[in-house]
Design a protein around this ligand. Structure first.
Ligand SMILES: [Zn+2]
Length: 132
């Protein structure tokens, strides 16, 4: 079996991955309260390099998605067909993820709940339909 590709953990992104390992999701926020994901060295809106990590509540909405019917990496071949989705956290940041639901049940705007999933030696932030 092929190993899953590992995240490229940098000094800046380490708090993000450390948080997932402790079962919560964080995003970055600059002094002007712009918020973003994925981790980067400066704010994509105002270019400030002064930021902190903020814990997300774990609620999001599904914006869009695609379904892969062939695996671009052998590590994913047993998961075909799988979705890759863009979601927006309640706090504002958008992120790429997977929705843990049958592809046919995905609906734009559906409410989602964070589900942290262990993948080899690290954990990933995925989402499932909210039960509310
Ligand atoms: Zn900013």
């Amino acid at each position: 079996m092929t190993d899953f590709p590992s995240p490229d953990v940098t000094e800046t992104s380490r708090p993000f991955w450390d948080a997932l390992n402790e079962d919560f999701l964080v995003f970055q926020e600059c002094e002007q309260q712009h918020r973003w994901l994925p981790a980067r060295d400066f704010c994509p809106t105002c270019l400030s390099d002064q930021f902190k990590y903020v814990k997300a509540r774990g609620r999001a909405q599904l914006l869009s998605w695609v379904v892969y019917n062939s695996a671009m990496n052998d590590a994913f071949k047993d998961q075909v067909p799988y979705n890759v989705a863009l979601v927006q956290l309640e706090e504002g940041p958008k992120m790429m993820t997977n929705i843990l639901a049958p592809n046919g049940e995905l609906k734009a705007g559906m409410d989602l709940q964070l589900e942290i999933v262990k993948q080899d030696h690290f954990k990933l932030a995925k989402f499932k339909p909210s039960s509310k």
